[in-house]
Design a protein around this ligand. Structure first.
Ligand code: GLN
Length: 276
């Protein structure tokens, strides 16, 4: 094995990184001058831009997530541009898309959709691709996040279907057929104890929902009914052990819980509510 590989793996291992070989391959590929496959045991070092590679490796050793180093993360059927102003799209959030596809079997519907806290825009864009006739309002209170979403809209040619707005959802006053959201839901304590990849490189604004993590669900529950058409659905992501509280919060405001979706780890992760 090449010395560079050996040394890099050693450094990554010392930093307690979960998948050092995988990360190394991705970083090498990203620093490769040609776009060929990276095989660690048989690497042609001449194809690698070493200065670039070393800077990427150092970032990873400092626990910067891979997606933030290469500014790219896959979600559902597409790749998205990401930076430190947005959450990296996560696999469990794909379950929102899956649940919406379960609810609406007809992909030609002209759904009016609201995405609250759109971040990178990954949910809104994935829904726009699935429902070509949908018109989507994607909102965020972070100007920087909306700029990232704008970049992704351009990459994915969705500007005709999605309208981006820097606005608090409390100031929205039209009605929708579907509302989706992955709000900040970590508790302050969970945030303190989370991996450095999350704590140091992802926006706190998109992660923490107050002391008990439930702040945004409470806020939503006061208003969301008024933003929903009669047969509308509200599909949202929740944190670990938040199902009971969320169910209660939304039931108190007159919504019915239709479905609980567990993620791949068996954690109750997505809730789907309706008005009737
Ligand atoms: N699932 C994320 C995490 O644990 C949190 C995402 C969110 O707050 N919406 O890092």
């Amino acid at each position: 094995m090449n010395n560079l590989i050996e040394e890099s793996l050693k450094k990554l291992n010392q930093t307690n990184i979960d998948n050092p070989e995988l990360d190394l391959r991705i970083l090498l590929k990203h620093a490769s001058k040609k776009n060929n496959e990276i095989i660690l045991s048989n690497l042609n070092i001449d194809n690698i831009d070493i200065v670039k590679f070393k800077s990427y490796l150092q970032k990873r050793i400092n626990r910067q997530p891979i997606a933030k180093i290469i500014n790219n993360k896959s979600f559902w059927k597409n790749d998205f541009y990401v930076n430190n102003f947005v959450l990296d799209p996560r696999p469990e959030t794909e379950l929102i898309i899956e649940e919406v596809l379960n609810i609406y079997k007809n992909k030609n519907l002209k759904l009016k959709i609201l995405d609250i806290g759109t971040g990178s825009g990954c949910i809104a864009i994935s829904l726009a691709k699935e429902f070509k006739n949908a018109s989507i309002t994607a909102i965020d209170i972070s100007k920087e996040a909306i700029e990232v979403a704008e970049t992704n809209l351009k990459i994915h040619n969705c500007s005709n279907q999605i309208q981006l707005k820097i606005i608090d959802f409390k100031n929205i006053n039209s009605k929708f057929d579907l509302i989706v959201s992955n709000p900040p839901y970590l508790t302050n304590d969970q945030f303190k104890n989370t991996d450095p990849e999350v704590k140091n490189f992802e926006p706190k604004l998109a992660l923490v929902g107050g002391d008990d993590g439930l702040k945004f669900y409470r806020e939503y529950s006061n208003n969301i009914k008024y933003l929903m058409n009669k047969s509308a659905y509200f599909v949202c992501e929740i944190g670990i052990n938040q199902r009971q509280d969320c169910e209660q919060i939304f039931q108190n405001s007159g919504l019915y819980l239709n479905k609980i979706v567990k993620d791949l780890q068996g954690i109750e992760r997505i809730l789907s509510f309706s008005k009737i």
